[in-house]
Design a protein around this ligand. Structure first.
Ligand code: C2O
Ligand code: CU
Length: 552
């Protein structure tokens, strides 16, 4: 191979430090990377080795996760706090090393501890290997659109408070596009993202939902978009005038500047399944300005679906299909080794001693569970260390493959009385043989919280075989499986009152977190992990930890 086509090493240094920003009429000190919000963009090509030196100058414990990167045999670089590593304490450093293998498109990175990801995040852009090209016409320019959520208060403090009191998540003060709230917010007229376009040209927008608590609708006035990739996997081109995107997901769209010279808003605002749910109902917007547009031109605003327009969201989520003709495609495995049925829902737990909880019932606070188990984060040793060094007592391998009782999961009227409201606690995982295939039905449970839950799996992509509403029924719903070209994702929105079926191959030894990507639901326990055993050869065995792996 010529040097030009050889895989490269791309290296970055992340200084995680205080940053003072003016937002919403006052000045705030946040934790950010290299003095910008969002932080630096990681540019890599398929096949590259990525090395990121992280220096924690912040006052907080820190880890960073490379969301959607497979981390083949590099679980030590995955990042979730206490799952694959102990955090970097203030003043310490750690170098994350991993290879990009068979992935192209848009991913992102974010802090994976406390609520720091509200300000510690950025894009990862993975281009094809030299000699390979996009399976769509080459865009004139590529533009990251990183959607975020902003709090005026210190995000770590408000999170700790919310957890202790057992209230729901704290409502944010703004949504943002590339870190900027846009002119609908106070004092933000000049803090609006602006994209200049040339009429007739096509742009690749790499949209990332880095918002902390909400699914979003994203629109551009008067323009259609064509989806070409999601979660760094290619899709069949899908034309739409609205994008629905869950926290954790990415959507790459082609946008052709085919409208009269002028200016047009792009905007994002929440999609929530039930109005009345606690959420920030404000709108962030940026502006697309055509070359030659008079400075006096008044931008056109897109018309949004209602906040609770589930049919529109579901149409977008369920109509996407994979491009099977592309080099990265692997056919869906037809033989399943492990079937699981996992309920996803909110619950309550007793208030800890000497605390006043403000949860839903007297003396309780919110919790969350998967199959009636509330995940408890270990202390002292990470789960991956426990796996590698064979230390017992850090986790148990008894995560239930089915809920303890079968009931009418989507019947709101009865569910306030089911025993699922008081789950057991534990660090329970599912242990898998190397290369086994898992199929998981994720059933959203309508209990005290009426929310969609974007479930994210570390270490793997999964096929989304089917999605639907009501109680999942194998007798009728299995016939809806798309085994030919299902969408491939790392995060699936499990709809309120509905379900999704996913399948993946456990081809990567290590410990892989699975959790809701609504940040407030993680400390509440809406999480579990897969422990994948080593394969038969050195090439399928997790290597030892790097020497600089942080200790607890
Ligand atoms: Cu993007 Cu475990 O997270
Ligand atoms: Cu959730």
């Amino acid at each position: 191979a010529s040097p030009a086509s050889a895989a490269r090493i791309v290296e970055y240094t992340f200084h995680v430090q205080n940053l003072t920003l003016n937002r919403l009429c006052s000045s705030h000190v946040i934790t950010a990377v290299n003095g910008s919000l969002p932080g630096p963009i990681i540019h890599a090509r398929d096949g590259d080795t990525v090395i990121i030196h992280v220096l924690n100058h912040s006052p907080y414990n820190l880890t960073i996760h490379w969301h959607g990167v497979f981390q083949m045999l590099s679980g030590w670089a995955d990042g979730p706090d206490m799952v694959t590593q102990c955090p970097l304490r203030p003043g310490t450093r750690y170098t994350y090393r991993f290879k990009i293998i068979k992935q192209e498109g848009t991913l992102w990175w974010h802090a994976h501890i406390s609520k720091l990801r509200a300000t510690v995040y950025g894009a990862i852009i993975i281009r094809p290997k030299p000699g390979n090209s996009y399976p769509f016409p080459k865009p004139y320019r590529e533009v990251p659109i990183v959607l975020g959520e902003w709090w005026n208060a210190n995000v770590v403090d408000i999170d700790n408070e919310a957890i202790a009191l057992g209230t729901g998540p704290n409502i944010s003060d703004a949504y943002t596009i590339n870190g900027l709230p846009g002119d609908l917010y106070p004092c933000s007229r000049h803090q609006m993202y602006k994209l200049k376009v040339k009429q007739g040209k096509t742009y690749l927008l790499r949209i990332i939902n880095g918002a902390v608590e909400n699914q979003l609708f994203y629109k551009i006035a008067n323009h259609k978009m064509t989806v070409v990739a999601i979660d760094a996997t290619y899709t069949n081109p899908y034309d739409t005038d609205v994008v629905a995107i869950s926290p954790g997901q990415t959507v790459d769209v082609l946008l052709t500047a085919d409208q009269p010279v002028g200016s047009y808003y792009m905007a994002a605002r929440p999609y929530v399944p039930v109005v009345g749910l606690q959420f920030d109902n404000t709108t962030t917007r940026g502006v697309i300005v055509y070359d030659g547009a008079p400075s006096s031109s008044v931008p056109v605003m897109p018309v949004f679906p209602l906040f609770n327009d589930t049919p529109t969201a579901h149409k977008f989520f369920s109509n996407l299909t994979s491009l099977v003709s592309v080099r990265s495609w692997d056919p869906v495995p037809l033989k399943v080794d492990r079937e699981m049925f996992v309920t996803v829902g909110m619950s309550v737990e007793a208030c800890p001693p000497n605390t006043t909880c403000l949860g839903p019932f007297k003396g309780t606070r919110f919790s969350a569970n998967l199959n009636n188990v509330t995940f408890v984060s270990p202390t002292g040793l990470s789960m991956l260390q426990a796996f590698y060094f064979k230390v017992g007592g850090v986790y148990t391998t008894d995560f239930p493959a089915n809920p303890p009782i079968v009931y009418d999961y989507t019947n709101l009227a009865i569910n306030n009385n089911v025993p699922m409201l008081f789950p057991q606690k534990g660090t329970k995982v599912t242990q898998l043989k190397f290369n086994s295939t898992v199929e998981m039905v994720l059933q959203n449970v309508a209990t005290i919280g009426k929310d969609n839950h974007p479930m994210h799996l570390h270490g793997f992509n999964f096929y989304v075989l089917a999605q639907g509403f009501g109680n999942y029924n194998p007798a009728t719903d299995q016939s809806k499986f798309n085994l030919f070209n299902p969408q491939v994702r790392n995060t699936v929105a499990v709809p309120f009152g509905g379900w999704a079926v996913i399948r993946f191959v456990a081809n990567n030894p290590g410990v892989w977190f699975m959790h809701c990507h609504i940040e407030a639901h993680v400390p509440m326990g809406m999480a579990t992990a897969f422990v994948v055993e080593n394969g038969p050869t050195p090439e399928t065995t997790l290597p030892p930890p790097p020497a600089d792996l942080p200790t607890c």
